[in-house]
Ligand binder design. Structure first.
Ligand code: OXD
Ligand code: MN
Length: 593
């Protein structure tokens, strides 16, 4: 019996519905980890990798129809539809509980129900949030152990009457027609059924730390954001912290773990990783914004991760990592496209089919071995660039916020907002081309405000209002910037080298924060003067930098029309300030007087 009566009763009630054969409370010990790993290996749920090449690593495949977050099956269940807003799928709480309840009914028959007490943020910190996830997936338990603090220490912290998010998950039949990811912010509850994919089932992450937390944060006056957090050390030894919002699979992990190029390193520049996906930010007693990463692991996209693109990630995932949907080499190795390491001579692809290098698929093209959204789950503690302050319960003070997306045209390499309100407008109108992290048509441009479109647990118009209010409460709000690493030339080749070279843009951003450089005033904000960007040692095509920094008026006029459409979906609920910022842009584009 646990001390917390409400928790005990809820577990009993959920068990009565799901009918598991047994209930196992997760204590978080190493002995338990070993036992569960052995069990998962013997049941075939995971495969143990070569213990010399990949010590402590496991391999897992999801069902074929279950490889990314399913946003069309993700709902915010609030009493009033308007509270979920036009960008979320909505269901009433009654309907949500009824429809999911029918799928949960008896779904755990013959299975174990694991009870995972978990804590997002350091255990014991008043800023952390506790959840309890009930799941019939041992894969979920093994992943949660990496992604957050779990077990007895969390139960201890919860005590006899502490508040917790009730998280219920069952794989059920892994049938897409019986899959629902439901959030009940009014009840502090999450029900996820019919999936085994990380983003849908590691309920502490997207579901709690973003959708539920964003709702709570608005009420409590803080922010839960889809942001990386990084520290950038300048040659004088000072470290400045930056938070960055980018849509899924746009390189947040790479930026958070950036390794500066040799020239920068020699001068003393260094990057420290605080987080790669989620930032919880609050105003501290100094009236500045401070950020915490509530996670203890990385759930990163594998394809494209290599010693050139992200050496720190490659180092992080060499041991104690769970790989999902990558290529499994014969003898227990892993590989993915863009790994830039010798592929296995033979193995199996993410679907379990025989695969070898050079294999040609039915479409006549090289057969892809790893799913484009295949993942690694790895402990934060193994990251060579981890910040020593990552576990501090107050977090780190944020000097700059960066928004960014994947835009082949339009958006310059970097520009700065004129004010906090203008920055909120830039975030609220962000757009990006769709990537493999979401189910749907790839490459299509979609508007993704603050990269929170799939993660904001309430009406986005209210979310913009909340951002504006936060700005007013700070004496020194972070400066806001927008970056675009993905601009291409006529032939579709990237104009900017990206990856480690992005430090050059961060260099300019910090120089702006410290009022060290002037900038060019344009219709969309402050753009760098060419001479203020350090391009030393870069081999760029002639004219590329001018193209990267150019603001094309015609294209922005077209964009302004699309922004107006985007805002109209929020009706009167959108803060007046957003329209005022829009009008100011139109004025600067000479569209109105
Ligand atoms: C993620 C995502 O997994 O955003 O971080 O999809
Ligand atoms: Mn993410």
């Amino acid at each position: 019996m646990v001390r917390h009566q409400e928790l005990q009763l809820w577990v009993e009630e959920m068990a009565a519905m799901c009918k598991p054969e047994r209930i196992v409370w997760i204590n978080g010990s190493e002995e338990e980890h070993q036992r569960l790993t052995a069990e998962a290996i013997s049941s075939g749920e995971v495969i143990q990798l070569d213990s010399e090449k990949w010590p402590g690593c496991l391999y897992h495949r999801t069902a074929l129809n279950d490889v990314a977050r399913t946003e069309d099956l993700t709902f915010i269940c609030t009493t009033l539809k308007d509270d979920a807003g036009p960008t979320n799928n909505w269901m009433s709480p009654e309907e949500g509980y009824r429809r999911a309840g029918e799928i949960f009914e008896g779904a755990m028959r013959g299975r174990t129900m694991y009870v995972i007490p978990f804590c997002m943020g350091p255990v014991g910190s008043p800023f952390s949030k506790i959840g309890v996830e009930l799941t019939d997936s041992i894969y979920v338990v093994l992943n949660m152990r990496i992604m957050c603090n779990i077990g007895d220490e969390v139960l201890e912290q919860l005590g006899a009457g502490g508040e917790f998010t009730k998280c219920l998950h069952s794989k059920a039949e892994l049938d897409i027609k019986k899959r629902l990811i439901l959030h009940f912010p009014e009840d502090n509850a999450i029900w996820s059924v019919g999936s085994g994919y990380g983003g849908n089932v590691l309920l502490g992450k997207k579901c709690l730390a973003l959708r539920i937390a964003s709702h709570v944060a608005r009420r409590e006056g803080w922010m839960a954001e889809h942001m990386l957090i990084m520290g950038v050390q300048r040659p004088d030894g000072h470290i400045y912290y930056i938070a960055g919002a980018f849509p899924s699979a746009c390189g947040k992990t790479n930026l958070a773990m950036l390794v500066p190029p040799e020239g920068y390193r020699a001068k003393g520049w260094k990057v420290f990783t605080v987080g790669d996906d989620i930032a919880w930010m609050r105003i501290d007693t100094d009236r500045r914004l401070w950020a915490v990463n509530p996670e203890t692991g990385f759930f990163g996209v594998a394809p494209g991760t290599s010693k050139n693109t992200n050496p720190n990630a490659l180092e992080t995932i060499r041991r104690n990592t769970i790989f999902t949907n990558v290529v499994l080499g014969k003898g227990g190795t892993v590989w993915w496209e863009g790994m830039e390491e010798e592929p296995p001579a033979e193995g199996r692809d993410w679907q379990g089919r025989p695969w070898k290098p050079g294999l040609i698929g039915e479409d006549g093209k090289p057969a892809v071995g790893a799913h484009p959204n295949s993942r690694f789950t790895a402990p934060f503690s193994q990251c060579p660039s981890r910040s020593a302050r990552a576990g501090d319960h107050h977090g780190v003070p944020i000097s700059a916020i960066i928004f960014g997306g994947r835009r082949a045209r339009l958006t310059p390499l970097v520009y700065e907002a004129q004010s906090w309100g203008h920055g909120v407008y830039i975030g609220a109108t962000m757009a990006s081309e769709r990537t493999a992290a979401q189910f749907g048509k790839q490459g299509e441009v979609r508007r993704d405000p603050m990269a929170m479109l799939p993660f904001c647990g309430y009406n986005m118009a209210d979310y913009f209002e909340h951002w504006l209010r936060m700005g007013v409460r700070m004496t020194r709000p972070p400066r806001i910037f927008n970056v675009n690493w993905f601009r291409t030339d006529e032939d579709g080749s990237f104009l900017w080298p990206g990856f480690g070279e992005n430090i050059r843009v961060l260099d300019w951003i910090l120089a702006r924060c410290l009022n060290e450089v002037e900038a060019e005033k344009t219709a969309i904000g402050w753009v760098p003067r060419k001479e203020d960007l350090n391009l030393e040692g870069l081999d760029m095509a002639p004219g590329a930098i001018d193209e990267l920094l150019s603001v094309n008026k015609e294209e922005w006029i077209a964009e302004a029309g699309l922004i107006a459409e985007h805002f109209k979906q929020f009706d009167d609920r959108i803060p007046h300030e957003m329209w005022a910022q829009h009008e100011a842009l139109l004025r600067r584009l000479d569209l109105i007087g």
